[in-house]
Ligand binder design. Structure first.
Ligand SMILES: Cc1cc2nc3c(=O)[nH]c(=O)nc-3n(C[C@H](O)[C@H](O)[C@H](O)COP(=O)(O)OP(=O)(O)OC[C@H]3O[C@@H](n4cnc5c(N)ncnc54)[C@H](O)[C@@H]3O)c2cc1C
Length: 384
């Protein structure tokens, strides 16, 4: 049976999340600690404390005997969290931590989970996933240039990464390197391990990831044997485990941002007048709002469908790929139309719409650029 009704208990949880974000988090949107390099660690800690107090921190993890929400339940809750770009940060369900927690929950051994995962789940530490390289791994991760060599019982890692979200101040590090004789391998270590050098924070158009995105040098980074995450040579398989759900949670959070942007554009279209009537009553504006509403609902349904596939125990690579490509492209169009409806104010930071525009522009690139998803989808179609 196909049923789109949201169960009462889930709807109540969604409303709690939304109320928390609108009442407690939105007032921080103009805080000077939201810098061009993203919210600072200090602001993040203050927001996390609010969610902890509200009993909503890391709601996507199993807690107090309650199982983790299913993917489809997450879709409802993450959309509510995304009403403000700071919402997922406060609730500890933002990237990259949320995807990293998911991955560590799947492959970390009990000792690693205690040391590296638990403090992230509890909101005390942040984490990074370091894969992309200038001129090396990117759309094609097989171009991985960072190397790991065996050294006694341990490993030595050398290479340079960039676009590494939240690197500055993060304590739990997942690093992808090409291990001699084994291939791409994941390693786990603390951010203050000698040999990790944060060269700079990049100036990027988006502003809503804690501490921005960094260029990082691994300069003879020496790690013990216990730093191996999972098995040698399995990094791409593990990265795939993380990617499908992480792609979808990005879609869910930014859908929430799209709903907010549309609500701001609607309010403006109702109240701003031009040529004798509210601008929304001019067809040119009304049609933009209608197109937004159609796109937002298409995105939502696509997300729910892909989540349903994952909830059936399937990997959902094809479905999550289609969804990520479609949602990021459509939300970008929604953002652009909202900016247009708001007139000159739309490109200013008087409203969160310009920030949403910048954020979804970046979303068309990370977790697989649209063209790379199209390439993978086409390859599967031709192969199968
Ligand atoms: C905001 C943001 C945060 C990020 N955070 C992280 C992070 O925390 N950790 C991390 O490791 N990485 C991170 N990244 C990097 C991200 O994963 C890469 O940007 C992405 O994988 C693309 O790689 P690239 O930038 O090297 O682009 P390139 O690989 O250089 O691609 C350039 C262009 O070529 C196109 N292209 C490539 N292959 C094909 C093809 N087969 N067909 C058609 N077109 C193609 C791409 O679509 C793109 O338009 C982040 C990126 C952004 C923007």
């Amino acid at each position: 049976m196909i049923d789109f009704e949201i169960p009462a208990e889930l709807a109540q949880r969604r409303d709690e999340v939304l109320a928390f974000v609108t009442e407690k988090v939105v007032p921080y949107e103009k805080d000077p600690r939201v810098t061009p390099h993203g919210p600072t660690e200090e602001l993040r800690n203050e927001l996390v404390a609010l969610a902890r107090e509200a009993g909503l921190l890391t709601f996507q993890a199993p807690q107090d005997g309650r199982p983790a929400p299913t993917h489809i339940e997450q879709a409802i809750l993450f959309e509510a969290a995304g009403w403000s770009a700071l919402g997922p940060i406060a609730l500890n369900c933002a990237a990259p931590d949320e995807g990293n927690m998911f991955l560590l929950g799947k492959i970390a051994d009990p000792g690693q989970a205690e040391q590296f995962l638990r403090p992230v789940v509890e909101g005390h530490h942040r984490s990074v996933f370091a894969m992309t390289e200038p001129g090396g791994a990117g759309s094609d991760p097989r171009q991985l240039a960072t190397t790991a060599v065996r050294d006694g019982d341990g490993y030595v890692i050398n290479g340079r990464k960039w676009l590494i979200t939240g690197a500055n101040g993060a304590q739990t590090w997942i690093i992808m390197a090409d291990l001699e004789g084994a291939g791409a391998t994941l390693f786990l270590c603390h951010g203050d391990t000698p040999g990790i050098v944060i060269e700079r924070t990049m100036d990027t158009m988006d502003r809503n990831y804690v501490e921005g995105h960094c260029v990082v040098l691994f300069d003879d980074l020496r790690l013990p044997a216990s730093a191996l995450l999972g098995e040698e040579g399995e990094a791409f398989r593990y990265a795939q485990l993380r990617l499908a759900p992480a792609r979808l949670t990005h879609c869910m959070r930014w859908l929430g941002g799209g709903v907010r942007a549309q609500s701001i554009a609607l309010e403006y279209a109702r109240t701003r007048t031009a040529f004798g009537k509210p601008i929304g009553q001019h067809q040119g504006v009304g049609f933009m709002l209608a197109d937004n509403e159609i796109a937002l609902q298409q995105c939502r349904l696509m997300i729910w469908w892909a989540c349903w596939v994952l909830d059936q125990g399937q990997q959902g690579r094809h479905e999550s790929s289609m969804t990520k490509a479609m949602v990021s492209e459509e939300l970008f169009k929604v953002a652009d139309r909202c900016v247009q409806v708001l007139g000159g104010m739309g490109i200013s930071d008087e409203t969160p719409v310009a920030g949403f525009f910048r954020d979804v522009r970046a979303f068309r690139l990370y977790d697989g650029p649209t063209e790379v998803h199209q390439f993978a989808i086409a390859n599967r179609l031709l192969r199968d």
